[in-house]
Design a protein around this ligand. Structure first.
Ligand code: 1CP
Length: 357
Protein backbone atom coordinates (compact mmCIF):
# COMPACT_ATOMS: atom_id res chain seq x y z
CA UNK A 1 0.00 0.00 0.00
CA UNK A 2 1.36 3.45 -0.86
CA UNK A 3 2.03 5.93 1.95
CA UNK A 4 -0.85 8.01 0.69
CA UNK A 5 -3.32 5.14 0.62
CA UNK A 6 -2.17 4.13 4.08
CA UNK A 7 -2.73 7.70 5.34
CA UNK A 8 -6.27 7.73 4.04
CA UNK A 9 -6.98 4.25 5.37
CA UNK A 10 -6.08 5.29 8.91
CA UNK A 11 -7.83 8.68 8.76
CA UNK A 12 -10.91 7.53 6.87
CA UNK A 13 -11.64 10.18 4.31
CA UNK A 14 -8.19 11.16 3.02
CA UNK A 15 -8.68 14.78 4.02
CA UNK A 16 -5.42 16.71 3.47
CA UNK A 17 -5.43 18.33 6.92
CA UNK A 18 -6.08 15.02 8.71
CA UNK A 19 -3.31 13.37 6.71
CA UNK A 20 -0.82 16.06 7.74
CA UNK A 21 -1.95 15.86 11.37
CA UNK A 22 -1.42 12.09 11.19
CA UNK A 23 2.23 12.68 10.30
CA UNK A 24 2.25 12.69 6.50
CA UNK A 25 4.29 15.34 4.64
CA UNK A 26 1.45 16.55 2.39
CA UNK A 27 2.56 19.12 -0.21
CA UNK A 28 1.42 21.81 -0.87
CA UNK A 29 0.58 21.84 2.83
CA UNK A 30 -3.00 22.03 4.07
CA UNK A 31 -3.91 25.33 5.70
CA UNK A 32 -6.33 27.15 7.97
CA UNK A 33 -6.00 30.37 9.98
CA UNK A 34 -6.45 30.96 13.70
CA UNK A 35 -9.54 33.16 14.25
CA UNK A 36 -10.44 32.74 10.59
CA UNK A 37 -14.07 33.47 11.49
CA UNK A 38 -14.33 36.98 12.82
CA UNK A 39 -14.73 40.68 12.49
CA UNK A 40 -12.57 41.16 9.39
CA UNK A 41 -15.41 39.44 7.47
CA UNK A 42 -18.52 41.53 6.66
CA UNK A 43 -20.65 38.37 6.64
CA UNK A 44 -19.49 37.63 10.23
CA UNK A 45 -20.28 41.17 11.40
CA UNK A 46 -23.77 40.81 10.00
CA UNK A 47 -24.52 37.62 11.97
CA UNK A 48 -22.76 38.97 15.07
CA UNK A 49 -25.10 41.96 15.00
CA UNK A 50 -28.15 39.76 14.52
CA UNK A 51 -27.12 37.56 17.46
CA UNK A 52 -26.72 40.54 19.78
CA UNK A 53 -24.15 39.29 22.30
CA UNK A 54 -21.07 37.16 21.72
CA UNK A 55 -22.23 34.43 24.16
CA UNK A 56 -25.59 34.40 22.40
CA UNK A 57 -23.74 33.80 19.11
CA UNK A 58 -21.70 30.95 20.64
CA UNK A 59 -24.82 29.28 22.08
CA UNK A 60 -27.08 29.60 19.03
CA UNK A 61 -26.06 26.55 16.97
CA UNK A 62 -27.44 27.71 13.59
CA UNK A 63 -25.58 31.02 13.82
CA UNK A 64 -22.37 29.59 15.26
CA UNK A 65 -22.30 26.87 12.59
CA UNK A 66 -22.88 29.48 9.90
CA UNK A 67 -19.93 31.66 11.00
CA UNK A 68 -17.76 28.52 11.31
CA UNK A 69 -18.24 27.76 7.61
CA UNK A 70 -18.14 31.37 6.32
CA UNK A 71 -14.34 31.45 5.80
CA UNK A 72 -14.47 28.00 4.12
CA UNK A 73 -17.09 29.20 1.69
CA UNK A 74 -15.17 32.39 0.89
CA UNK A 75 -11.57 31.12 0.83
CA UNK A 76 -11.65 27.28 0.85
CA UNK A 77 -9.32 26.47 3.75
CA UNK A 78 -8.67 22.81 4.65
CA UNK A 79 -9.84 23.19 8.25
CA UNK A 80 -12.94 24.72 9.84
CA UNK A 81 -12.53 25.59 13.52
CA UNK A 82 -15.62 25.48 15.70
CA UNK A 83 -16.83 28.98 16.43
CA UNK A 84 -16.78 29.39 20.19
CA UNK A 85 -14.33 30.74 22.76
CA UNK A 86 -11.90 29.27 25.29
CA UNK A 87 -13.84 31.10 28.04
CA UNK A 88 -17.01 29.11 27.37
CA UNK A 89 -15.59 26.45 29.73
CA UNK A 90 -15.51 28.77 32.78
CA UNK A 91 -18.93 30.01 31.66
CA UNK A 92 -20.24 26.42 31.56
CA UNK A 93 -18.70 25.82 35.01
CA UNK A 94 -20.86 28.67 36.30
CA UNK A 95 -18.37 31.56 36.50
CA UNK A 96 -20.18 34.75 35.42
CA UNK A 97 -18.78 35.95 32.04
CA UNK A 98 -19.56 38.83 29.74
CA UNK A 99 -17.97 40.14 26.57
CA UNK A 100 -17.93 43.90 26.94
CA UNK A 101 -17.93 45.86 23.67
CA UNK A 102 -14.39 47.04 22.89
CA UNK A 103 -13.13 45.64 26.20
CA UNK A 104 -12.91 41.89 25.62
CA UNK A 105 -14.01 39.19 28.06
CA UNK A 106 -14.75 40.00 31.71
CA UNK A 107 -15.20 37.29 34.38
CA UNK A 108 -16.03 37.67 38.08
CA UNK A 109 -12.47 37.04 39.31
CA UNK A 110 -11.90 33.80 41.16
CA UNK A 111 -9.58 34.44 44.12
CA UNK A 112 -10.28 32.02 47.00
CA UNK A 113 -11.14 28.45 47.97
CA UNK A 114 -14.87 29.21 48.16
CA UNK A 115 -14.88 30.42 44.54
CA UNK A 116 -13.05 27.29 43.33
CA UNK A 117 -15.43 25.08 45.34
CA UNK A 118 -18.42 26.88 43.80
CA UNK A 119 -17.54 25.75 40.26
CA UNK A 120 -20.02 23.20 38.92
CA UNK A 121 -18.30 20.57 36.75
CA UNK A 122 -21.49 18.50 36.91
CA UNK A 123 -23.24 21.24 34.89
CA UNK A 124 -20.70 21.40 32.09
CA UNK A 125 -22.24 18.93 29.63
CA UNK A 126 -25.71 20.42 29.99
CA UNK A 127 -24.59 24.04 29.65
CA UNK A 128 -22.26 23.20 26.76
CA UNK A 129 -24.97 21.25 24.90
CA UNK A 130 -25.65 24.06 22.37
CA UNK A 131 -21.93 24.10 21.48
CA UNK A 132 -22.10 20.37 20.74
CA UNK A 133 -25.15 21.05 18.56
CA UNK A 134 -23.00 23.57 16.66
CA UNK A 135 -20.39 20.84 16.12
CA UNK A 136 -23.05 18.44 14.82
CA UNK A 137 -24.60 21.03 12.48
CA UNK A 138 -21.22 22.15 11.17
CA UNK A 139 -20.11 18.58 10.53
CA UNK A 140 -23.31 17.87 8.60
CA UNK A 141 -22.84 21.01 6.49
CA UNK A 142 -19.20 20.16 5.75
CA UNK A 143 -19.94 16.51 4.91
CA UNK A 144 -22.51 17.76 2.44
CA UNK A 145 -20.79 20.76 0.84
CA UNK A 146 -17.07 20.49 1.66
CA UNK A 147 -16.20 16.83 2.21
CA UNK A 148 -12.42 17.45 2.13
CA UNK A 149 -12.56 19.95 5.01
CA UNK A 150 -11.63 18.84 8.53
CA UNK A 151 -13.66 20.06 11.51
CA UNK A 152 -11.42 21.17 14.37
CA UNK A 153 -12.74 21.36 17.92
CA UNK A 154 -10.85 23.22 20.63
CA UNK A 155 -10.47 24.29 24.22
CA UNK A 156 -8.14 26.55 26.13
CA UNK A 157 -5.47 24.77 28.15
CA UNK A 158 -5.94 24.67 31.92
CA UNK A 159 -3.15 27.19 32.62
CA UNK A 160 -4.41 29.83 30.15
CA UNK A 161 -8.06 29.40 31.15
CA UNK A 162 -7.13 29.52 34.86
CA UNK A 163 -5.16 32.71 34.20
CA UNK A 164 -8.30 34.43 32.85
CA UNK A 165 -10.47 32.96 35.64
CA UNK A 166 -8.20 34.29 38.39
CA UNK A 167 -7.35 37.61 36.75
CA UNK A 168 -10.93 38.23 35.58
CA UNK A 169 -9.87 39.70 32.22
CA UNK A 170 -7.08 39.79 29.66
CA UNK A 171 -3.79 41.13 30.95
CA UNK A 172 -0.26 41.84 29.74
CA UNK A 173 1.33 39.84 32.54
CA UNK A 174 -1.39 37.96 34.49
CA UNK A 175 0.21 39.03 37.80
CA UNK A 176 -2.56 37.76 40.07
CA UNK A 177 -2.74 34.34 38.41
CA UNK A 178 1.03 33.87 38.42
CA UNK A 179 1.07 35.06 42.02
CA UNK A 180 -1.53 32.47 43.03
CA UNK A 181 0.35 29.69 41.21
CA UNK A 182 3.45 30.46 43.32
CA UNK A 183 1.77 31.66 46.52
CA UNK A 184 -0.99 29.10 46.97
CA UNK A 185 -0.11 26.10 44.79
CA UNK A 186 -2.61 23.90 46.70
CA UNK A 187 -5.53 26.14 45.76
CA UNK A 188 -4.21 26.81 42.25
CA UNK A 189 -3.63 23.08 41.80
CA UNK A 190 -7.23 22.41 42.76
CA UNK A 191 -8.41 24.85 40.11
CA UNK A 192 -6.11 23.25 37.53
CA UNK A 193 -7.37 19.74 38.40
CA UNK A 194 -10.96 20.92 37.99
CA UNK A 195 -10.03 22.37 34.59
CA UNK A 196 -8.16 19.24 33.47
CA UNK A 197 -11.31 17.19 34.05
CA UNK A 198 -13.67 19.76 32.57
CA UNK A 199 -11.47 20.34 29.52
CA UNK A 200 -11.08 16.61 28.86
CA UNK A 201 -14.82 16.09 29.15
CA UNK A 202 -15.51 19.11 26.94
CA UNK A 203 -13.13 17.91 24.19
CA UNK A 204 -14.51 14.37 24.33
CA UNK A 205 -18.03 15.77 23.91
CA UNK A 206 -16.87 17.70 20.83
CA UNK A 207 -15.30 14.56 19.36
CA UNK A 208 -18.49 12.57 20.05
CA UNK A 209 -20.43 15.32 18.24
CA UNK A 210 -18.19 15.18 15.15
CA UNK A 211 -14.93 17.09 15.71
CA UNK A 212 -12.18 15.28 13.79
CA UNK A 213 -9.17 16.95 15.45
CA UNK A 214 -8.88 19.09 18.57
CA UNK A 215 -6.60 21.97 19.48
CA UNK A 216 -5.50 23.12 22.93
CA UNK A 217 -4.80 26.86 23.03
CA UNK A 218 -2.23 27.74 25.68
CA UNK A 219 -1.87 31.39 24.74
CA UNK A 220 -0.10 32.39 27.97
CA UNK A 221 2.17 29.35 28.38
CA UNK A 222 5.23 31.53 27.77
CA UNK A 223 4.61 33.65 30.89
CA UNK A 224 5.88 30.89 33.14
CA UNK A 225 9.45 30.03 34.16
CA UNK A 226 10.49 26.45 33.22
CA UNK A 227 9.61 24.77 36.54
CA UNK A 228 6.15 26.33 36.53
CA UNK A 229 5.75 25.61 32.80
CA UNK A 230 6.35 21.91 33.54
CA UNK A 231 3.89 21.91 36.42
CA UNK A 232 1.01 24.00 35.03
CA UNK A 233 1.39 23.66 31.25
CA UNK A 234 3.01 20.29 30.50
CA UNK A 235 1.55 18.06 33.25
CA UNK A 236 -2.12 19.04 32.77
CA UNK A 237 -1.69 18.69 28.99
CA UNK A 238 -0.19 15.20 29.44
CA UNK A 239 -3.34 14.09 31.29
CA UNK A 240 -5.73 15.56 28.72
CA UNK A 241 -3.88 14.21 25.66
CA UNK A 242 -3.54 10.75 27.21
CA UNK A 243 -7.28 10.49 27.89
CA UNK A 244 -8.26 11.72 24.41
CA UNK A 245 -5.82 9.28 22.81
CA UNK A 246 -7.10 6.38 24.93
CA UNK A 247 -10.71 6.91 23.89
CA UNK A 248 -10.17 8.28 20.36
CA UNK A 249 -6.78 7.14 19.07
CA UNK A 250 -7.47 8.43 15.55
CA UNK A 251 -8.27 12.00 16.64
CA UNK A 252 -5.11 14.14 16.56
CA UNK A 253 -4.47 16.74 19.26
CA UNK A 254 -2.77 20.00 18.24
CA UNK A 255 -0.99 21.81 21.09
CA UNK A 256 -0.29 25.55 21.04
CA UNK A 257 2.12 26.42 23.87
CA UNK A 258 2.49 30.05 22.82
CA UNK A 259 5.92 31.57 23.48
CA UNK A 260 7.27 28.30 24.89
CA UNK A 261 10.55 29.03 23.08
CA UNK A 262 13.19 26.33 23.64
CA UNK A 263 10.75 24.31 25.80
CA UNK A 264 8.79 23.37 22.67
CA UNK A 265 10.75 20.09 22.30
CA UNK A 266 10.11 18.99 25.87
CA UNK A 267 6.44 19.99 25.54
CA UNK A 268 6.01 17.78 22.46
CA UNK A 269 7.96 14.85 23.84
CA UNK A 270 6.14 14.80 27.22
CA UNK A 271 2.60 15.57 26.07
CA UNK A 272 2.49 13.39 22.96
CA UNK A 273 0.57 15.95 20.89
CA UNK A 274 0.31 14.93 17.21
CA UNK A 275 1.14 18.45 16.01
CA UNK A 276 2.51 21.52 17.71
CA UNK A 277 1.51 25.04 16.68
CA UNK A 278 4.33 27.57 16.44
CA UNK A 279 3.80 31.17 17.56
CA UNK A 280 5.12 34.15 15.57
CA UNK A 281 8.37 34.31 17.57
CA UNK A 282 9.33 30.67 16.88
CA UNK A 283 11.98 30.06 14.21
CA UNK A 284 10.54 27.21 12.10
CA UNK A 285 14.04 25.86 11.55
CA UNK A 286 14.60 25.65 15.30
CA UNK A 287 11.24 23.92 15.76
CA UNK A 288 12.11 21.46 12.99
CA UNK A 289 15.30 20.54 14.85
CA UNK A 290 13.68 20.37 18.30
CA UNK A 291 10.60 18.33 17.34
CA UNK A 292 10.77 14.71 16.03
CA UNK A 293 10.11 14.38 12.29
CA UNK A 294 6.90 12.36 12.73
CA UNK A 295 5.28 15.16 14.75
CA UNK A 296 3.51 17.83 12.72
CA UNK A 297 4.33 21.53 12.90
CA UNK A 298 1.74 24.24 12.35
CA UNK A 299 2.15 27.96 11.83
CA UNK A 300 3.41 30.60 11.95
CA UNK A 301 2.94 33.64 9.73
CA UNK A 302 2.76 36.90 11.66
CA UNK A 303 -0.84 38.18 11.41
CA UNK A 304 0.58 41.64 10.70
CA UNK A 305 2.31 40.38 7.54
CA UNK A 306 -1.17 39.32 6.44
CA UNK A 307 -2.50 42.80 7.21
CA UNK A 308 0.38 44.33 5.20
CA UNK A 309 -0.03 42.00 2.19
CA UNK A 310 2.16 42.33 -0.94
CA UNK A 311 5.85 41.65 -0.75
CA UNK A 312 5.97 41.31 3.06
CA UNK A 313 3.31 38.62 2.94
CA UNK A 314 4.99 36.77 0.07
CA UNK A 315 8.49 36.85 1.54
CA UNK A 316 7.43 35.67 5.00
CA UNK A 317 5.16 32.95 3.62
CA UNK A 318 7.84 31.60 1.25
CA UNK A 319 10.39 31.48 4.09
CA UNK A 320 8.05 29.39 6.24
CA UNK A 321 7.18 27.06 3.36
CA UNK A 322 10.86 26.57 2.49
CA UNK A 323 11.72 25.67 6.09
CA UNK A 324 8.82 23.18 6.37
CA UNK A 325 9.10 21.36 3.05
CA UNK A 326 9.43 17.59 3.48
CA UNK A 327 7.83 17.28 6.91
CA UNK A 328 4.27 17.00 8.19
CA UNK A 329 3.16 20.62 8.21
CA UNK A 330 -0.01 22.71 8.40
CA UNK A 331 0.24 26.31 7.25
CA UNK A 332 -1.35 28.78 9.67
CA UNK A 333 -0.74 32.09 11.39
CA UNK A 334 1.39 32.36 14.53
CA UNK A 335 -1.52 34.02 16.36
CA UNK A 336 -5.12 35.05 15.64
CA UNK A 337 -6.05 37.04 12.55
CA UNK A 338 -6.30 40.83 13.06
CA UNK A 339 -9.63 42.63 12.77
CA UNK A 340 -8.17 45.06 10.18
CA UNK A 341 -7.06 42.27 7.80
CA UNK A 342 -8.26 42.89 4.23
CA UNK A 343 -10.13 39.75 3.11
CA UNK A 344 -8.39 39.95 -0.30
CA UNK A 345 -5.04 39.43 1.46
CA UNK A 346 -6.39 36.18 2.90
CA UNK A 347 -7.43 35.09 -0.61
CA UNK A 348 -3.92 35.94 -1.90
CA UNK A 349 -2.34 33.93 0.93
CA UNK A 350 -4.48 30.88 0.15
CA UNK A 351 -3.40 31.06 -3.52
CA UNK A 352 0.26 31.38 -2.55
CA UNK A 353 0.21 28.44 -0.14
CA UNK A 354 -1.73 26.32 -2.67
CA UNK A 355 1.05 26.97 -5.19
CA UNK A 356 3.56 25.57 -2.69
CA UNK A 357 5.32 28.97 -2.47
O1 1CP B 1 -17.36 40.10 19.42
C1 1CP B 1 -16.48 39.45 18.89
O2 1CP B 1 -16.58 39.12 17.71
C2 1CP B 1 -15.35 39.13 19.81
C3 1CP B 1 -14.06 38.65 19.24
C4 1CP B 1 -13.84 37.17 19.55
C5 1CP B 1 -13.87 36.11 18.62
C6 1CP B 1 -14.14 36.21 17.14
C7 1CP B 1 -13.57 36.60 20.82
C8 1CP B 1 -13.50 37.30 22.13
N1 1CP B 1 -13.45 35.23 20.67
C9 1CP B 1 -13.62 34.89 19.34
C10 1CP B 1 -13.63 33.54 18.77
C11 1CP B 1 -12.54 32.61 19.12
N2 1CP B 1 -11.69 32.69 20.20
C12 1CP B 1 -12.23 31.42 18.43
C13 1CP B 1 -13.10 30.93 17.27
C14 1CP B 1 -12.64 30.22 16.14
C15 1CP B 1 -11.68 30.88 15.14
O3 1CP B 1 -10.45 30.79 15.37
O4 1CP B 1 -12.15 31.37 14.11
C16 1CP B 1 -11.12 30.82 19.08
C17 1CP B 1 -10.38 29.57 18.69
C18 1CP B 1 -10.81 31.63 20.20
C19 1CP B 1 -9.74 31.32 21.16
C20 1CP B 1 -9.37 32.32 22.20
N3 1CP B 1 -10.17 33.17 22.91
C21 1CP B 1 -8.05 32.44 22.72
C22 1CP B 1 -6.88 31.56 22.30
C23 1CP B 1 -6.22 32.04 21.06
C24 1CP B 1 -5.54 33.39 21.16
O5 1CP B 1 -6.01 34.31 20.48
O6 1CP B 1 -4.54 33.50 21.89
C25 1CP B 1 -8.08 33.43 23.71
C26 1CP B 1 -6.90 33.93 24.54
C27 1CP B 1 -9.42 33.91 23.83
C28 1CP B 1 -9.96 34.90 24.78
C29 1CP B 1 -10.64 36.02 24.08
N4 1CP B 1 -11.88 35.90 23.52
C30 1CP B 1 -12.22 37.07 22.88
C31 1CP B 1 -11.12 37.97 23.03
C32 1CP B 1 -11.08 39.37 22.48
C33 1CP B 1 -10.12 37.29 23.76
C34 1CP B 1 -8.74 37.84 24.16
C35 1CP B 1 -8.85 38.59 25.43
C36 1CP B 1 -7.56 39.21 25.96
O7 1CP B 1 -6.61 38.49 26.29
O8 1CP B 1 -7.55 40.43 26.08
Amino acid sequence: MSAEAQGSATTGAGKPLLRALAGEAVWPPPMWLMRQAGRYLPEYREIREKAGGFIKLCTTPEMAAEVTVQPIRRFGMDGAILFSDILMVPWALGQPLRFAEGEGPVLDPLRDAAAVAALQPEMLRERAAPIMDTVRLTRMALDLHAPKVTLIGFAGSPWTVAAYMVEGHGSRDFHTARGMAFGDPALFGKLIRTLVEATTDYLLAQIEAGAEAVMLFDSWAGMLPPSQFRRWVIEPTVTIVRKVQQLHPSVPVIGFPRLAGPLIGEYVQRTGVATVAMDTAMDPRFAASAVPGNVGLQGNLDPLALVAGGIALETETRQILAAMRGRPFVFNLGHGIEKVTPPEHVAALVRLVRSGG
